[in-house]
Write a protein that binds this ligand. Structure first.
Ligand SMILES: *Cc1c(COP(=O)(O)O)cnc(C)c1O
Length: 364
C-alpha cells in the first residue's frame, strides 16, 4: 500500500517526494530491454531541457549517491597532466580534496571561511599564484553551512584564466541557474534526490563532450563515466545494472518539476518556505547564522538560544513527524526548504518549535 507522506523532512535530501513519484517505482523492468533503453533516453533528454544545454553537453547517469557522481566526475575528467584547484569552504569542498588524494590527482586546496561565499579576487589570486592549474573543483551551494558560492563570478574568472570548471552542484542544480554556455564549464554533478525531488540512488553528471577527448587515464572501473558514455552512445545501455526504480521515479519527478514551473517555479516555492521559517523562528530568538547575501533558499543554518538543547528539540519534533537536521556547529541546526513541502508544513514546523520553546521555559 502506498500511503501519503506523514513524515516531513526539513533536510538537505533525501527529501519528501510526491505520491506519483513513489508510485512510479511500483514496477519490474528488465535492464537490457527496450523499455529500459527508452527510460534512459527519456531521462537524458529531459535533463537537457532542465539544464537548457545544447548537444555540446551530455548528461551521464550513474548508480550511487551524490558523492559517487562527484568522484566519477573528478576521477574521469582530470587528465594525467592536470592539476586541480579545490576550493574548501565547507565539508563538500573538503570531500573533493579527499577524492583527489584517493586517486592521486595533483591538486592544491584553497581553504576559505565557511561562513561566506568565495570572492572572485580569492580565485584570481589562486590562479595567478599557480600556473599549473588546469581545473577548478568547487561546490555551487555548500550544503554544510548553507553558503551559495556565486556561480557567475566563478565562471567569469574561469573563463578569464582558461581554467576548466568541475562543479559540484548537487544541492543547487534545478533551483539555481547554471550558465552552460560558458566555454570553460567542463562538467556539473548532481543527483536524483535533491532539487529534482526524486528518490536517492542516481548520480547525474553533465559533461562537455569534448572533454572526453582529453581523458588519458582510467582511475576506476565502476566510476569511469567515459566508458559509461560510450556504452550509452553505442548500444544505449548502462555498463552495469541500472537502478531502474530510481529512474522511474526520476522521470516522474522531472515531469512534475516542469509542470511546477521549472527552475523559476522551484526557487520561488523554496523562497516562500524560507521566509516562513526565518520570520517565524525569529520570534523565538532563532536566527540564521549566515548573512543573507551568502544564503540561498535551499538549506539554512540557525543558531539556537543557549538554554535550548538540540537533541531534545530534535526528539520532540521527530515524535511529531517533523525531521530537522543537525549542524556540525554546536548550538546550531539546519532546515532544508527543498522537497515536496508545503506552506502549511513550514507553518506547522514553526508552530511546533514554538510549542517546544514554551515548554522548555523560554522566559528564563
Ligand atoms: C548532498 C550533497 C552531496 C552528495 O552527498 P551524498 O551523501 O553522497 O548523496 C555532495 N555535494 C553536495 C554539495 C551535497 O549537497
Amino acid at each position: 500500500m502506498l500511503v501519503n507522506n506523514t513524515v516531513k523532512l526539513f533536510t538537505p535530501g533525501p527529501l519528501n517526494t510526491s505520491y506519483a513519484v513513489r508510485a512510479a517505482m511500483c514496477k519490474d523492468i528488465g535492464s537490457r530491454t527496450p523499455e529500459c533503453d527508452k527510460l534512459t533516453k527519456d531521462i537524458q533528454s529531459m535533463l537537457r531541457e532542465v539544464a537548457s544545454c545544447d548537444s555540446s553537453f551530455v548528461p551521464i547517469l550513474l548508480q550511487g549517491s551524490g558523492t559517487f557522481a562527484v568522484e566519477a566526475m573528478i576521477a574521469t575528467l582530470v587528465p594525467s597532466q592536470g592539476h586541480v584547484l579545490v576550493v574548501d569552504n565547507g565539508l563538500y569542498g573538503r570531500r573533493m580534496a579527499e577524492i583527489c588524494v584517493a586517486h592521486n590527482i595533483p591538486h592544491t586546496v584553497l581553504k576559505l571561511s565557511e561562513m561566506e561565499a568565495i570572492k572572485g579576487s580569492d580565485l584570481e589570486t589562486a590562479f595567478q599564484n599557480n600556473e599549473q592549474i588546469t581545473h577548478l573543483a568547487i561546490v555551487h551551494f555548500e550544503t554544510a553551512m548553507g553558503v551559495n558560492n556565486k556561480l557567475p563570478t566563478i565562471q567569469l574568472v574561469c573563463e578569464r584564466y582558461s581554467v576548466m570548471l568541475l562543479l559540484d552542484s548537487m544541492s543547487a542544480f534545478g533551483a539555481l541557474p547554471i550558465d552552460f554556455g560558458s566555454e570553460t564549464l567542463a562538467a556539473v554533478a548532481s543527483s536524483s534526490n535533491k532539487c529534482l525531488h526524486g528518490v536517492p540512488g542516481l548520480g547525474i553528471i553533465f559533461v562537455r563532450v569534448s572533454e572526453f577527448e582529453k581523458c588519458d587515464t582510467i582511475r576506476s572501473v565502476s566510476l569511469d563515466i567515459k566508458t559509461q558514455y560510450e556504452s550509452l552512445k553505442l548500444i544505449g545501455q548502462w555498463k552495469f545494472t541500472p537502478p531502474l526504480q530510481v529512474m522511474l521515479a526520476l522521470r516522474q519527478a522531472i515531469i512534475e518539476y516542469c509542470s511546477d514551473g521549472g527552475q523559476i517555479g522551484r526557487i520561488s516555492k523554496y523562497s516562500e518556505i524560507e521566509s516562513i521559517l526565518i520570520q517565524g523562528l525569529a520570534k523565538f530568538g532563532i536566527q540564521p547564522i549566515i548573512k543573507a547575501e551568502f544564503r540561498a533558499p535551499i538549506i539554512i543554518t540557525f543558531s539556537l538560544p543557549h538554554y535550548i538543547n538540540f537533541s531534545s528539540l530534535y526528539a520532540y519534533l521527530l515524535e511529531r513527524n517533523l525531521v530537522i537536521y543537525p549542524s556540525k556547529i554546536s548550538d546550531c541546526f539546519r532546515l532544508g526548504c527543498i522537497g515536496e513541502l508545503t506552506i502549511e508544513d513550514a507553518n506547522d514546523l514553526v508552530y511546533t518549535i514554538g510549542e517546544f520553546m514554551e515548554e522548555s521555559g523560554s522566559h528564563e
